[in-house]
Design a protein around this ligand. Sequence first.
Ligand code: FAD
Length: 544
Amino acid sequence: AVLVAVNDTVSEGTPLVRLALEDVDVAAPAREAAPEDDAAPTRKPASSDDVAPTAETVGDEVAATAAPTPASADADHAEVLVLGAGPGGYTAAFRAADLGKHVVLVERDPVLGGVCLNAGCIPSKVLLHLAEVIHETEGLAAAGVSFDAPRLDFAKIHAHVDRVVSRLNQGLAKLADQRGVRVLTGSGRFIGPNRVEVETESGSHALSFDAAIVAVGSRPATLPGMPDDPRVLDSTSALRVDPEARRLLVVGGGIIGLEMAAVYDALGAEVTVVELLPQLMPGTDPDLVRPLARSIARRYAGVHLETRVTGVEATDEGLLVHFEGGKAPDAAVYDRVLVAIGRVPNGDRIDLERAGVQVDERGFVPTDDRLRTNVPHIYAIGDVTGSPMLAHKATHEGAIAAESICGLPSAFDAAIPSVAYTDPEIAWVGLTEAEARERGLAVEKSVFPWVASGRALGIGRTEGSTKLLFDAESGRLRGAGIVGPSAGELIAEATLAIELGANAEDLALTIHPHPTLSETLGFAAQIAAGTITDLYLPKKRADS
Ligand code: FAD
């Protein structure tokens, strides 16, 4: 195949022709997968002026180079090369393979799954489940059921977490294998617009590609001036809960910090949280955060807002931490300090400039709604493209990028739910109140307090609430926020309602099973529709 056309601009590293040996049989199972033409688009179509790439699309290198190649394509060439095998990368690789592409998935770790599976969502949620059960048993004392204090076997806890992660690792490896996705273990970086170099255990390998998807994720942000001491933890090392961490300081009151605080608290540590801003989980509507803030103010040794850590000294007794502002002491000693102040993208570590791809000053890779970078045959997805840094955003983007490369009219146009798996859980989707205010959008808010829910009362969790925000003009649901146990599960209904353009009546007339917490969504919608009977709200009566 001749890979360039008359008048194309080429540079060092641009492949000009591809040669295949006819007697080499490397038929990939992926090629037997459903042909592209049969694959129905599953994402929202791109707008009509942003059509799928065609051979005619000016400057669209994908079209020029991504034509299906014969099954005998050489081993050092990928039709689609995916760099990074986190939730974004493996989804993109699998979707592209299912659409008939020859895919190479490059991952520096020996296992697939990225941060989410190996050092994020999954291990943290396994630990948070233990925390939740411990809390729940404590809460039963008032109902006349008491348990002895839990006996903790940390080696078994870690083995349990490892088993869950390893099962999922194996599942992903099998899924890659079943699709004929070639997994190359090594660290990749760009050496040209159509080439990467991968540093593997057996040496350096150059690979060429027609299209690439950058899915290299993010890493924990570090706090300048921290001592180089194993007692200073990040979100990865903190997942191996250490019984020696009797006094834990969590620096950063965001989702990751508060989730890990919940784990350590349940497993017996005395926890202090310090946050620079005036609110925990900055950016989240304050009414949703309040029940959590109240709960942890009672449980934890300290929650210090508007407080800065100015220095940490390693001493024999522990880590001596100095504070400034807020109501924190000037200094205090902790056994462990967890730095959870956010994550930084890995876009600055893979020589993207050698491929001509723009990276912003923070390391994020800007993309359009089809996840294309400024170089049209190179896509970027997941944490490396920006906030929110969430696994389900990465997977959704991964599928869109793969479909886009394969000529399907997919584009990103979806509401992204967020969940803090704290106790109580906090979840929200779509527009927040703060955002509506900032953007001057007129919304009608309705809030159902869980104190009026039979189910919430039955499980002893009346601190929750369910909030819906409807567009004042169209009446459609624009956003939702829920605080309370299982908020992360409940938010899915609101997410679907937003996707379907539902209004208050649609939700109010949906029969929710009784008694469940899901009813609170129906009740909140009935408040907006003026049909609520489970509360008495004179102003909202249908005939008023
Ligand atoms: P990543 O998962 O970061 O994967 C990137 C992959 O690229 C990694 O495997 C990395 O090794 C690889 N890579 C990087 N550079 C190279 C290179 N040069 N060559 C080859 N490979 C490379 N999100 C949720 O939605 N829900 C949660 O409950 C949740 N909990 C979390 C808890 C914690 C403690 C943390 C830290 C994160 C959590 N997240 C959660 C966030 C979630 O993990 C990320 O949003 C998600 O993993 C991003 O996926 P990704 O595919 O963009 O990148």
